[in-house]
Design a protein around this ligand. Sequence first.
Ligand SMILES: C[S@@+](CC[C@H](N)C(=O)[O-])C[C@H]1O[C@@H](n2cnc3c(N)ncnc32)[C@H](O)[C@@H]1O
Length: 829
Amino acid sequence: MARQKAIAALNAMKAIGIPMQMAKPVLKNLLKVYENNWEYIEAENYRVLADAILDIQESQEKDMGGKGKDVIASDDPEPCRMRVRARQDDHPPPPSNANPNLAGETSQKRPRLEAGVSREHKGDGPVSSLRSQGIMNDEPSLPQPSFGKAANQDLLQRPLTRQTTAEVVPPQTCNISDRAGQTSSHLNHRQIKTPNQDKRDNSIILKEPKVEPGTEFLQKHHTGNCSSDPVSPKDEPCEYDSPVSETPIAMIHPSQPHSSGNIGQQSCHISSKGHSTLQQNVDGSMTQKGQRNNAKESLPVNAFTTGTTSELLSVQESSSFNVDVASSDLGEVKLTFSCSSDRPDFHVPNLETVFKRVEDRCLKSYRILQPSFSFVNLMKEMCECFLELGSEATDDKQENVMQIIPTIDALKKPIMPCAYDAMSACLNNSFFPTALDNMDVTLSSDPSPIQKDTLINQSGMIQKMKEPEIPKSRSLTSCSLVVVQPQHALGRSRLLHDVNDICKGEERVRISVVNEISREEYPPSFNYIPRNIVYQNAYVSFSLARIGDEDCCADCFSDCLAAPIPCTCARETGGEFAYTSDGLMKKEFLDECISMYREPQKHHLFYCKDCPLERSKNDVLPEACKGHLVRKFVKECWSKCGCSMHCGNRVVQRGITRNLQVFLTSEGKGWGLRTLDELPRGAFVCEYVGEVLTNMELYDRTMQTTGNAEHTYPVLLDADWGSEGALKDEEALCLDATFYGNVARFINHRCFDANLIEIPVEVETPDHHYYHLAFFTTRKLEAFEELTWDYGIDFDDHEHPIKAFKCRCGSRFCRDIKRRRRRSRALVQ
Ligand SMILES: C[S@@+](CC[C@H](N)C(=O)[O-])C[C@H]1O[C@@H](n2cnc3c(N)ncnc32)[C@H](O)[C@@H]1O
């Protein structure tokens, strides 16, 4: 119960832009001060908590000599900052028997939060200094009942300040873009606090959140400031069943057009030269300002979001116009789309849709800020989205349809008979390129104008191709597909994947993608990386100095496996190398690893006193550790070793060597990975590659996702959490292949009798909090068998980062089916 309350509180903070790491220690202290009396903390939608965080920030800003006043302009490295302005405090007093030291100077004062009580946060930004400073607040007042689930919204909507006279602010200054569809006068959503605002604003003022790189742009849409229309709290019941299904703050968009006519009318003018001016409001509605009416009278045209106005807004009267996208408070500075198009099909797209598309792209591309990141490019992206959406067919169904045109690589090995039919089927709608050169650049555009027998190469040239004859005896192996977005006449195509090689040349082998089921589907875009990349806070150090003599074989030469006595690198595996000279995992070692997975009860489970996984879910009141397997590691030779790259004790680091293929599964599991060749038992297939995140980061990331992500891609690196005592946050790691990953992200789960097993492999560092997760075959595999591994998933644990799904593994040992059976039996009884 308390745990749920804590999560609800943290979620409420998160909804107003305060990251969990910042809110947790403050919440912890408030709980101490109020002796776990949640009533005080929940009152007025966690106002005490929000204000406490603000106060910490303020006192810290004071210490910085006011440097923090202009937060937006500052280069402050902290991940997210938020300010809740409070003029007059009415926080609840701590209980009379509360620790006076914790409670501040008098019992009438709000609690002074103690310094340094929270876990350390990396970096020197205000987040860490927040923990090194106390806060002191003003007069408390009686607590109010909590408002339940509407809390998040309320915190955004309700004025948190207790200003006695709320100045009526004209609609132009009302900034809200939130889930409830409040409107905004500025699409930049950026609240730059001016001294005047301080006086007139009776609302939340959000500092520019500096969250994860790449998400800050998105957050702008959710920081709002409505100074004209205080909204009364809603009494929705509090549910906290499914935190991840919440729309994350970074993805909140006005869902409904606001009914009131003038609130938040924004300065988005679509001004046709010499004609009338269309004004697009943030709620999507359009207003037409007749110039003859001195541009004062507004005549509503239609609701943009209904999907019917696009046509209305097709530029019929003129071919050139401006759309104001964002502006400063008084409109002196404007960001404007200038469109001049001769195209008859161009219509002005809904700006919210444009923003959404830009946000989606940013979320994909800028989760990690790349060196090439630039704001100008971001704006360019926005212009491109504007143009794309404006040029797209208005029929919703047509939107984003990608066409996949299969081609045949005629030079490869014989195809499996079962795959042949599917291939033929897809070839019925396809063609053979005459030369191999054409295969990589086969593009498809909008279905209608491009004929089946037409190829467009990368430079946009159209080539007529001969319809192929497909002799049954023909030797074919791969159906290579290339996907592009509809080209229309934009002259711009975005290749999402190279279907001949999804690895983009990053691996030693090419890994193709085939879809033998539905020709229109294709794996969602992600960045292919062949090796793990640290996302942000994860502590992964590969310094040579950390590798002692006992952790390398400096005196070895050539192939360690050929030496008469195993070198020190075999120490980890009991003095014998784990690999055979054929590069396979030795039987004994493999058997033991498999037994550990399939019969964990026979093996030692480690129970952490302070489980990093549980801590990441709830730092305030973590649940007890559910136990971790202490797994067997393989140690490979590395750079400090004297042997060569051909040494038999270097298997995983050499990367993928087997012929694999990504394919769409027929069982509804999404995409999967299969082997194209037979594989012996104990063969290395690939490692699981992704972003290295701390568990905290993963949890935060999971909370931010919309919850409707069909597939999830995180894996915990918890093979050795027991050996090093309590792990610090930055040492409790996981891999997330959602945005950056390799082909292992396509390996589906199979309960118990999966044909792959993941084995932890030490390569660059003897610290076992970071390691490689390598997949080896558990048995001999036939060509074209799907590769599977047992995620070790607990189908009842909905809070686990590896989200439970309806398992379609088909194993007779399927734990999910057993669970479902148990549940239906229980219901019947
Ligand atoms: C690591 S991804 C595997 C690749 C995924 N199928 C795809 O299309 O990208 C894990 C996700 O695949 C799906 N999945 C994996 N194994 C499954 C199974 N046995 N039954 C149903 N869905 C499965 C689930 O949606 C899961 O979240």
